[in-house]
Structures are given as C-alpha cells and as structure tokens.
Design a protein around this ligand. Structure first.
Ligand code: MTE
Length: 396
C-alpha cells in the first residue's frame, strides 16, 4: 500500500513531467495567447509521436488507428478532446474537490484525502461522442474526427459512490454534476455536465487519479477526473474540482443543446426539433479495422485483418468481416483480453482468392443484440457514428 507522501511525490513528479508548475513559477505557454508554432516541451504533445492534431487552439488529438493494436493504449497515444483551454496552473498541493448540493454534509477533499479512499480500477474504452464525425454525409460542423477519438486505458481512483456516501446524498439528490477547471474563453459556457444518480452510484464510476498505473497527465485531467465507464467521453469531466448533487439534470450548454441525439432517425441533412432529441449516455456498438491500412498495396494473398470493437455498457459478442461488399460475413477471432467496458481486439487470417482490389468491411454485434449498421444514424452534430468500418486494399 503506498503512503500518502509517496502518492504526492508521484503526483508532483507527474506534474513536472506534464509541464505543470507550482503557482508563482513562469508558465511558458499562456492560455490567453497561444504561440503560433507547436509548443515546446512545457506542454508535451503526443502528436510528436504520431498522434493526429485536429485542433491546436483547444488541444484535440486523435489516435491513428494503427495504435489500436494493444489492448491498453499508451498514454502518449491516447486521444485528447478539449472544449476550451486546459488549466494553465494546477497544483497538486492546493487542489481541492468540493462536494455539495443535495447532501447532508458538504465536504472538501485534498488529493491526499482522495488517495486515502479505497482504490478501484476499471479498464474503459473512452470514446468521444463526435468520433467519426468527419465520415458523416452530409457533413456536419464540429471537429472533423476520423476514426481515432477513442482509446482504452486502465483508470484507477476512488469510487464516486464512496465520496457521495461520505457526504450523504439526500433523497432529493437525483443527478450529479461535475465542473472542471478549464479556462473558459470569452463567452463560451463552462464545461459542466451531470449524470443520473444511479450511474454516479455504480461501483465502477470513479474519480480517477491514475491512467495505466501512472498519475493522470495534464491532457487527461490531472490531478483527478470523473470516469463514467461505457458512456460518451463528455461524461468524464477532466480537472475535476466540484461535484454537486442536484434535484434535476443540469441544464447547461453541454447537456442541451450539446450532446443530444434524435429520438427517431430522420432524413440525412434535415434539422431535428430540440424536443425530438434526448441527452446522450452510453456508447454504441462499433468496430474499426486497424490493419491493413486503407489504401495498402500488399504483395501477398495472405492478410491478417485486425482491429478493435467496443459497445459501451454492453460486451462484444462477435466481430465479422466481409470481403465481398457485405454479401457474406466471416467471424473473426476475439483476443483473450477483456473487461466489461473495454474494447476487444480481433483478427482474421484471410487468403485473397485472386489478385485485385478489395474492400474489407467489419461489423460488430454486442451482448444486447445490437449490430453495427451499414449506415450510421445521421444527426445534426454527427454523434455516435458507427457505420461498418471499411478499408480498400490492393492484393498484388
Ligand atoms: N472535461 C473538461 N473539464 N473539459 C473538456 O473539454 N472534454 C470531454 C471530457 N471531459 C472535456 C472534459 C470530452 S468531449 C471527452 S471525449 C473526454 O473528456 C476526452 O478525454 P481525454 O481528453 O482524456 O481523452
């Protein structure tokens, strides 16, 4: 069992390596005036190691699908999604988490107190609701994510349930709101969202401090973030500083009109009335091909097709591939590594019948019987894109 001092030392070391400096020291990269060129080592950009930078102003980085070849995504390649500036100053010693609202005993926790609570780990596939937006037709506005706003890590920290039980949730407490320490530019509404009390009290919902065994990096919410497994990434608030128990769902921008989905599929490109939308919660069933790469020209007729598949709160039952445009499907081999909220890696050894061009499709089916569709449900914000994945290859 690690001591509180070890924990804080580990956190401080992580803060230094993440470029997070104590208050009072110079911070080379001011959020109000981002430098024109990529930053120096004070803000490490996984992009240096091959991550796709989708937005620089507010850091948005995508994991190239080639990295979907390990069950746990290295933190250096884990996608990053920020709606606004990351906090420019974070200090593990002065950071506090307040818990209030519909509770008997409002409380404030330091990082040391948080780390004193029982630690629980959850391997979770975190996917941004907007992942695949760039593939939606007709196109919709927003970050044009390809396939890689999704990654998997082992998150560890205290159970949110234990914190809420300490505070004593009143019978009137039905939703739990999270606020992060993001720096809000101009008139942009702050990133505040809520989840229903049932999900907040689930044994796997965390206030996470660690990712793959190391303290969270700044990009991923240092020193603590909510981790709402199986749900859209937006539920997992980073740089968590306030938890508030509410009587009703939080009504801010990132709950409504943000992160809402049509109750019924409509015609692609047609607007959807706000009253015909609901707030997004759990993720869809989905698979992605991580190799061979799209456009690959292969000098062999024996190809191992591989990828990852996930289904939010459900488990993956099977992943199939088709090499004949969806006329026939073959089951792939699922890798042995599995956990309830985590993706399954899969592979299929395929022998091409002849030289030529092929389109390889993948589709996943989950334990709830949901099947990845040929076409995703079009919606005005391009959320939850989950059409069959496909790569075009040439066998020479
Ligand atoms: N938390 C805060 N405070 N601010 C944010 O902009 N983005 C959310 C969520 N938590 C966000 C946040 C979204 S949309 C996603 S997809 C996930 O963080 C991404 O987590 P990651 O950057 O660790 O991959």
């Amino acid at each position: 069992m690690k001591s509180r001092r070890d924990f804080l030392q580990q956190i401080s070391a992580a803060a230094l390596s993440a470029g997070i400096v104590p208050r009072g020291l110079t911070w080379g990269f001011r959020s109000t005036a981002p430098p024109p060129s990529p930053p120096t080592q004070s803000v490490p950009f996984p992009g240096d190691a091959g991550t796709i930078l989708r937005s620089y102003r507010f850091v948005d980085m995508e994991t190239p699908v080639e990295y979907f070849n390990t069950w746990l995504t290295p933190v250096s390649h884990f996608f990053v999604r920020n709606h606004m500036y990351e906090p420019s100053e974070l200090d593990a010693h002065t950071w506090r988490l307040s818990v209030g609202g519909e509770v008997e005993k409002p409380l404030t926790l330091s990082l040391g107190e948080l780390s004193g609570l029982e630690t629980h780990s959850v391997v979770n596939t975190l996917e941004c609701a907007g992942n695949g937006r760039g593939l939606q037709r007709p196109q919709v506005p927003g970050v044009q994510w390809g396939k890689g706003a999704v990654s998997t890590a082992r998150f560890s920290g205290a159970r949110l349930r234990d914190i809420l039980q300490r505070a004593g949730v009143k019978a009137t407490g039905k939703h739990v709101m999270f606020r992060g320490l993001d720096e809000v530019p101009g008139k942009v509404p702050p990133f505040i969202r809520s989840i229903p009390i049932e999900k907040a009290l689930d044994a796997d919902t965390l206030v996470a401090t660690h990712m793959n065994g190391s303290p969270l990096t700044k990009h991923h919410g240092f020193p603590a973030r909510a981790l709402v497994p199986g749900w859209i990434g937006a539920a997992s608030c980073k740089w968590l500083t306030e938890i508030k128990v509410l009587e009703t769902e939080f009504a801010g921008n990132f709950m409504n009109p943000g992160y809402r989905f049509p109750n019924q599929p409509g015609k692609p490109g047609e607007p959807v009335k706000p009253e015909d939308m609901h707030v997004l919660t759990a993720l869809n069933v989905k698979s992605v091909i991580s190799g061979p790469g799209d456009g690959a020209s292969l000098r062999t007729d024996r190809v191992t097709v591989h990828g990852a598949a996930w289904a939010g709160e459900a488990d993956i039952a099977k992943v199939e591939i088709s090499t004949d445009g969806g006329a026939s499907w073959s089951p792939t081999k699922l890798s042995h590594e599995q956990a309830h909220y985590a993706w399954r890696l899969w592979s299929y050894d395929w022998k091409a019948a002849q030289v030529g061009d092929y389109t390889i499709l993948s589709r996943a089916t989950d334990s709830q019987g949901r099947v990845q569709p040929a076409e995703a449900v079009w919606n005005p914000s391009g959320y939850l894109y989950n059409a069959y994945d496909q790569v075009k290859i040439h066998v020479a």
